[in-house]
Write a protein that binds this ligand. Sequence first.
Ligand SMILES: [Zn+2]
Ligand SMILES: [Zn+2]
Length: 266
Amino acid sequence: MLIDLHNHTCHFSPDAKSTIDDFITGAVNKGLAVAAITEHYEYKNPDPNDNIQTFDLDLYTKTFKEWKKKCPSSLKLLMGVEFGYQTHTASDIDEIASTAPFDIVILSNHLFRGVDVFFSKEVYKLPVKARHAEYVSKLVEMAENCNNFDVLGHFDYVNKRNPDLSVNMLYDDCPKEFDRLFETLISKEKALEINTATPARRDSMPDAKIIKRYMKMGGKLITVSSDSHIMENIGALIPETCEYLKSLGVKELCYFEGRKVKTFGL
Ligand SMILES: [Zn+2]
Ligand SMILES: [Zn+2]
Protein backbone atom coordinates (compact mmCIF):
# COMPACT_ATOMS: atom_id res chain seq x y z
CA MET A 1 0.00 0.00 0.00
CA LEU A 2 1.41 3.40 -0.97
CA ILE A 3 0.96 6.44 1.24
CA ASP A 4 2.11 10.06 1.05
CA LEU A 5 1.39 11.99 4.24
CA HIS A 6 2.81 15.47 3.64
CA ASN A 7 1.64 17.62 0.70
CA HIS A 8 0.68 21.22 0.01
CA THR A 9 -1.80 22.86 -2.34
CA CYS A 10 -1.96 26.43 -3.66
CA HIS A 11 -5.34 26.91 -1.97
CA PHE A 12 -3.88 27.35 1.53
CA SER A 13 -0.07 27.15 1.13
CA PRO A 14 1.30 30.22 -0.72
CA ASP A 15 4.48 28.40 -1.78
CA ALA A 16 2.58 25.55 -3.49
CA LYS A 17 1.39 25.33 -7.09
CA SER A 18 -0.75 22.17 -7.12
CA THR A 19 -4.50 22.68 -7.18
CA ILE A 20 -6.68 20.11 -5.44
CA ASP A 21 -7.60 18.69 -8.85
CA ASP A 22 -3.88 18.35 -9.71
CA PHE A 23 -3.35 16.72 -6.37
CA ILE A 24 -6.07 14.12 -6.73
CA THR A 25 -5.02 13.32 -10.31
CA GLY A 26 -1.37 13.03 -9.25
CA ALA A 27 -2.18 10.84 -6.27
CA VAL A 28 -4.38 8.52 -8.33
CA ASN A 29 -1.78 8.29 -11.11
CA LYS A 30 0.86 7.30 -8.55
CA GLY A 31 -1.43 4.62 -7.14
CA LEU A 32 -1.55 6.15 -3.65
CA ALA A 33 -4.05 4.55 -1.29
CA VAL A 34 -3.71 7.18 1.44
CA ALA A 35 -2.66 10.79 0.95
CA ALA A 36 -2.67 13.74 3.34
CA ILE A 37 -2.82 17.42 2.55
CA THR A 38 -0.89 19.24 5.25
CA GLU A 39 -1.02 22.98 4.58
CA HIS A 40 1.55 25.32 6.15
CA TYR A 41 0.45 27.03 9.34
CA GLU A 42 3.25 29.33 10.51
CA TYR A 43 1.92 30.98 13.64
CA LYS A 44 3.67 34.35 14.23
CA ASN A 45 6.22 33.68 11.50
CA PRO A 46 9.01 36.16 12.26
CA ASP A 47 10.72 36.03 8.87
CA PRO A 48 9.75 39.13 6.82
CA ASN A 49 10.90 37.39 3.61
CA ASP A 50 8.42 34.63 4.12
CA ASN A 51 4.83 34.92 2.89
CA ILE A 52 3.80 31.70 4.58
CA GLN A 53 1.64 32.61 7.54
CA THR A 54 -1.61 31.20 8.88
CA PHE A 55 -5.00 30.59 7.26
CA ASP A 56 -8.67 30.31 8.21
CA LEU A 57 -9.14 26.87 9.76
CA ASP A 58 -12.95 26.98 9.51
CA LEU A 59 -12.72 27.69 5.79
CA TYR A 60 -10.16 24.88 5.44
CA THR A 61 -12.47 22.45 7.24
CA LYS A 62 -15.42 23.41 4.99
CA THR A 63 -13.31 23.30 1.84
CA PHE A 64 -11.89 19.92 2.76
CA LYS A 65 -15.37 18.38 2.90
CA GLU A 66 -15.84 19.45 -0.74
CA TRP A 67 -12.41 18.10 -1.68
CA LYS A 68 -13.26 14.71 -0.20
CA LYS A 69 -16.33 14.50 -2.45
CA LYS A 70 -14.07 14.83 -5.51
CA CYS A 71 -11.92 11.86 -4.45
CA PRO A 72 -12.38 8.42 -5.97
CA SER A 73 -13.07 5.65 -3.44
CA SER A 74 -9.59 4.18 -4.09
CA LEU A 75 -7.94 7.20 -2.43
CA LYS A 76 -8.27 8.02 1.26
CA LEU A 77 -7.74 11.78 1.56
CA LEU A 78 -6.62 12.98 4.98
CA MET A 79 -6.99 16.50 6.31
CA GLY A 80 -3.73 17.62 7.81
CA VAL A 81 -1.66 20.59 8.79
CA GLU A 82 2.05 21.36 9.08
CA PHE A 83 2.80 23.64 12.01
CA GLY A 84 6.01 25.66 11.96
CA TYR A 85 7.56 25.71 15.42
CA GLN A 86 9.10 28.51 17.46
CA THR A 87 10.05 28.27 21.13
CA HIS A 88 7.48 30.82 22.23
CA THR A 89 4.62 29.39 20.16
CA ALA A 90 4.70 25.82 21.52
CA SER A 91 1.61 26.16 23.72
CA ASP A 92 -0.27 28.08 20.98
CA ILE A 93 0.41 25.25 18.51
CA ASP A 94 -0.82 22.67 21.01
CA GLU A 95 -4.00 24.68 21.42
CA ILE A 96 -4.61 25.46 17.73
CA ALA A 97 -4.12 21.79 16.80
CA SER A 98 -7.32 21.00 18.72
CA THR A 99 -9.45 23.64 17.00
CA ALA A 100 -10.00 21.81 13.69
CA PRO A 101 -10.90 18.18 12.94
CA PHE A 102 -7.48 17.21 11.60
CA ASP A 103 -6.60 13.65 10.69
CA ILE A 104 -2.89 14.32 11.00
CA VAL A 105 -0.74 17.05 12.56
CA ILE A 106 2.86 17.46 11.42
CA LEU A 107 5.20 19.54 13.53
CA SER A 108 8.18 21.05 11.71
CA ASN A 109 10.95 23.50 12.28
CA HIS A 110 11.73 25.67 9.25
CA LEU A 111 13.80 28.25 11.11
CA PHE A 112 17.49 28.49 11.87
CA ARG A 113 18.25 31.28 14.31
CA GLY A 114 14.91 32.93 13.51
CA VAL A 115 15.21 32.89 9.72
CA ASP A 116 13.68 30.31 7.36
CA VAL A 117 16.50 28.03 6.20
CA PHE A 118 15.20 28.74 2.71
CA PHE A 119 16.29 32.39 3.01
CA SER A 120 19.18 32.17 5.48
CA LYS A 121 22.55 33.37 4.26
CA GLU A 122 24.32 32.42 7.49
CA VAL A 123 23.33 28.81 8.02
CA TYR A 124 25.60 27.26 5.37
CA LYS A 125 28.63 29.20 6.55
CA LEU A 126 28.67 27.02 9.66
CA PRO A 127 30.63 23.75 9.69
CA VAL A 128 28.39 20.80 8.75
CA LYS A 129 28.41 19.01 12.11
CA ALA A 130 27.78 22.19 14.11
CA ARG A 131 24.90 23.13 11.80
CA HIS A 132 23.28 19.69 11.98
CA ALA A 133 23.76 19.48 15.77
CA GLU A 134 22.15 22.89 16.26
CA TYR A 135 19.21 22.05 13.99
CA VAL A 136 18.57 18.63 15.57
CA SER A 137 18.85 20.20 19.07
CA LYS A 138 16.06 22.54 18.07
CA LEU A 139 13.99 19.54 16.97
CA VAL A 140 14.58 18.00 20.40
CA GLU A 141 13.35 21.19 22.04
CA MET A 142 10.32 21.23 19.72
CA ALA A 143 9.42 17.59 20.42
CA GLU A 144 9.85 18.18 24.15
CA ASN A 145 7.82 21.41 24.27
CA CYS A 146 4.89 20.38 22.06
CA ASN A 147 2.49 17.55 22.77
CA ASN A 148 -0.43 17.92 20.38
CA PHE A 149 1.12 16.55 17.18
CA ASP A 150 1.44 13.20 15.42
CA VAL A 151 4.52 13.38 13.22
CA LEU A 152 7.87 15.16 13.36
CA GLY A 153 8.38 16.61 9.87
CA HIS A 154 11.54 16.45 7.74
CA PHE A 155 14.30 16.02 10.37
CA ASP A 156 16.76 16.83 7.57
CA TYR A 157 15.14 20.10 6.40
CA VAL A 158 18.29 22.08 7.18
CA ASN A 159 20.13 19.96 4.64
CA LYS A 160 17.37 20.02 2.02
CA ARG A 161 18.27 23.63 1.25
CA ASN A 162 22.05 23.14 1.36
CA PRO A 163 23.50 24.35 -1.96
CA ASP A 164 26.32 21.81 -1.53
CA LEU A 165 24.57 18.70 -2.84
CA SER A 166 27.41 16.41 -1.77
CA VAL A 167 26.54 16.76 1.94
CA ASN A 168 24.17 14.21 3.49
CA MET A 169 22.89 14.49 7.06
CA LEU A 170 24.51 11.70 9.06
CA TYR A 171 23.75 10.13 12.43
CA ASP A 172 27.43 10.53 13.27
CA ASP A 173 27.20 14.32 12.76
CA CYS A 174 25.35 14.63 16.08
CA PRO A 175 24.63 11.24 17.71
CA LYS A 176 23.72 12.67 21.13
CA GLU A 177 21.15 15.02 19.61
CA PHE A 178 19.64 12.27 17.45
CA ASP A 179 19.40 9.95 20.47
CA ARG A 180 17.63 12.61 22.52
CA LEU A 181 15.25 13.28 19.64
CA PHE A 182 14.40 9.60 19.22
CA GLU A 183 14.02 9.11 22.97
CA THR A 184 11.49 11.97 23.07
CA LEU A 185 9.54 10.83 20.01
CA ILE A 186 9.40 7.25 21.23
CA SER A 187 8.30 8.15 24.76
CA LYS A 188 5.56 10.43 23.40
CA GLU A 189 4.54 7.92 20.69
CA LYS A 190 5.10 10.40 17.85
CA ALA A 191 6.07 9.27 14.36
CA LEU A 192 9.28 10.00 12.48
CA GLU A 193 8.72 11.26 8.93
CA ILE A 194 10.97 10.11 6.11
CA ASN A 195 10.60 13.04 3.74
CA THR A 196 11.55 12.20 0.17
CA ALA A 197 12.05 15.83 -0.90
CA THR A 198 15.59 15.86 0.47
CA PRO A 199 16.70 12.62 -1.24
CA ALA A 200 14.99 13.78 -4.43
CA ARG A 201 17.14 16.89 -4.49
CA ARG A 202 20.45 15.31 -3.61
CA ASP A 203 20.08 11.84 -5.08
CA SER A 204 20.83 9.97 -1.86
CA MET A 205 18.57 8.19 0.60
CA PRO A 206 18.59 9.24 4.28
CA ASP A 207 21.50 7.87 6.29
CA ALA A 208 20.83 4.20 7.15
CA LYS A 209 22.34 4.72 10.60
CA ILE A 210 19.67 7.31 11.48
CA ILE A 211 16.84 4.90 10.70
CA LYS A 212 18.54 1.87 12.26
CA ARG A 213 19.30 3.78 15.46
CA TYR A 214 15.67 4.97 15.71
CA MET A 215 14.49 1.36 15.42
CA LYS A 216 17.14 0.05 17.82
CA MET A 217 15.97 2.53 20.45
CA GLY A 218 12.43 1.15 20.04
CA GLY A 219 11.04 3.51 17.38
CA LYS A 220 8.16 1.86 15.54
CA LEU A 221 6.18 4.74 14.01
CA ILE A 222 7.48 5.78 10.58
CA THR A 223 5.71 7.74 7.85
CA VAL A 224 6.82 8.46 4.28
CA SER A 225 6.01 11.71 2.52
CA SER A 226 6.95 13.61 -0.61
CA ASP A 227 6.27 17.12 0.78
CA SER A 228 4.98 17.95 -2.70
CA HIS A 229 4.24 21.53 -3.66
CA ILE A 230 3.86 20.84 -7.39
CA MET A 231 1.95 18.11 -9.20
CA GLU A 232 5.08 16.36 -10.52
CA ASN A 233 6.31 15.66 -7.00
CA ILE A 234 3.19 14.00 -5.59
CA GLY A 235 4.22 10.51 -4.49
CA ALA A 236 7.76 11.09 -5.75
CA LEU A 237 10.29 8.48 -4.61
CA ILE A 238 7.73 6.85 -2.30
CA PRO A 239 8.07 3.28 -3.71
CA GLU A 240 11.89 3.59 -3.80
CA THR A 241 11.99 4.88 -0.22
CA CYS A 242 9.74 2.03 0.94
CA GLU A 243 12.10 -0.48 -0.68
CA TYR A 244 15.07 1.22 0.99
CA LEU A 245 13.36 1.15 4.40
CA LYS A 246 12.52 -2.53 3.90
CA SER A 247 16.17 -3.26 3.17
CA LEU A 248 17.06 -1.66 6.53
CA GLY A 249 14.63 -3.92 8.39
CA VAL A 250 11.60 -1.62 8.63
CA LYS A 251 8.53 -3.86 8.66
CA GLU A 252 5.69 -1.39 9.22
CA LEU A 253 4.70 2.14 8.28
CA CYS A 254 1.87 4.19 9.71
CA TYR A 255 -0.61 6.92 8.90
CA PHE A 256 -3.07 8.87 11.03
CA GLU A 257 -6.82 9.13 10.61
CA GLY A 258 -8.81 11.27 13.02
CA ARG A 259 -5.52 11.66 14.95
CA LYS A 260 -5.43 7.87 15.55
CA VAL A 261 -2.42 5.89 14.40
CA LYS A 262 -2.92 3.08 11.87
CA THR A 263 0.00 0.79 11.11
CA PHE A 264 0.35 -1.51 8.11
CA GLY A 265 2.95 -3.94 6.77
CA LEU A 266 5.51 -2.66 4.30
ZN1 LIG B 1 8.09 21.85 5.99
ZN1 LIG C 1 5.78 20.83 3.95
